[in-house]
Design a protein around this ligand. Structure first.
Ligand code: DGY
Length: 343
């Protein structure tokens, strides 16, 4: 229903919401307490696009968990939706312009996952520098026969220069830990300067070229956009230090996986830690999985119970707000959306 200014009235008596993957029961209850009828996809597999479209036909709202593409085709088929809450900070999987055209407000889940995601980047850094996953697999293969003094040595990271590509909230937490734990010097490259990081962490803003040349460790924390897609390609890897460790906990498409694999084989860089791959899931026969100086995790950046609960609650609070005709606190398409004269 629209009022005279074109706004849609989102206040329904019994609004219904479809949740695309299981979330904590306590958060489902919160929705129910606020009068929502809730339907959850309780299967562990990802719904196909047509199954997601079908499920949304009966729903007023979507709580989207995971990376299913909410593209033009999906949004055209689901233009009746009155709000979409993403259970992720990243929003590269939704076509915000089309959502805005249909007056669908969209929210994400910033801040609550920053520490957990930075922990994963830090975990990868240590795992790679000490080759811990590879060494652990040696035990499984029965290859731990002896104390070998010079076998598969790692490398120290004390006093290294950490280059952050995309120093926002997650990058800040990673830089803070690296500086506190290992006295790392922080350099960064962003679209805009980060005064807080410069003030609190003595972070130095550098060009992308300088980031590549000066960093002993590069950690990627930027959004995936046309500008950042495949930013780390063979040219970039060739400019990095031979002892460099490349960490990516943001999106797999920010590096070119073929170029990364070659850079590791050719020893253009020292090692890599990935929580994100391209495509996801990574296939089990991927050569990166056999390398001693590589650690790959299955996109677990925010995967703690506390963080996933906080993300789900934030997503739900956004739906509750929009169902009361209030603006979503974490709206991400406000700019487009306000142009259409809606909430
Ligand atoms: C995010 O929140 O964007 C994480 O990558 C999980 O999807």
């Amino acid at each position: 229903m629209s009022d005279m200014s074109g706004n849609r009235n989102r206040t329904l008596k019994n609004p219904s919401v479809f949740i695309s993957k299981p979330i904590p029961e306590v958060i489902v209850s919160l929705l129910k307490e606020h009068g929502f009828e809730v339907k959850v996809n309780n299967t562990s597999h990802k719904l196909s696009k047509s199954a997601l479209i079908d499920a949304c036909q009966q729903a007023d709202y979507l709580l989207n968990v995971g990376m299913s593409a909410l593209d033009k085709e999906f949004l055209q088929a689901c233009k009746h939706l009155k709000g979409i809450a993403l259970c992720s900070v990243g929003f590269d999987h939704i076509d915000l312009e089309t959502a805005s055209q249909y007056n669908i407000p969209v929210s994400n889940t910033p801040d609550v996952l920053s520490k957990a995601t930075a922990d994963t980047a830090f975990l990868l850094l240590l795992s790679v520098s000490r080759k811990s996953y590879f060494r652990s697999r040696e035990i499984e293969r029965g290859e731990w026969k002896n104390f070998e003094y010079m076998h598969q040595l790692g490398r120290d990271i004390q006093g290294d220069t950490l280059g952050i590509f995309g120093l926002g909230r997650i990058g800040f937490e990673m830089a803070k830990m690296a500086r506190a734990a290992y006295g790392m010097r922080i350099i960064y490259h962003n679209r805009s300067r980060n005064p807080e990081a410069e003030d609190k962490l003595e972070a130095e803003y550098v060009s992308f070229e300088e980031l590549l040349k000066r960093s002993d460790v590069i950690s990627v924390h930027t959004n995936l956009t046309p500008d950042t897609q495949y930013r780390f390609d063979k040219v970039a890897f060739s400019k990095m230090k031979k002892n460099a460790i490349f960490i990516n906990t943001a999106r797999g498409k920010i590096h070119n996986e073929t170029d990364l694999t070659k850079a590791l084989i050719d020893k253009e860089i020292w090692g890599a830690g990935l929580d994100v791959t391209d495509p996801e899931p990574m296939l089990p026969d991927n050569p990166l999985l056999q390398m001693s100086n590589v650690c790959v995790l299955p996109h677990i950046g925010s995967a703690t119970l506390e963080t996933r609960t906080a993300m789900a609650e934030m997503a739900v609070r956004n739906l509750i707000a929009v169902s009361k005709n209030e603006q979503m606190p974490q709206i991400i398409n406000k700019e487009f959306y306000s142009k259409s004269g809606a909430l």
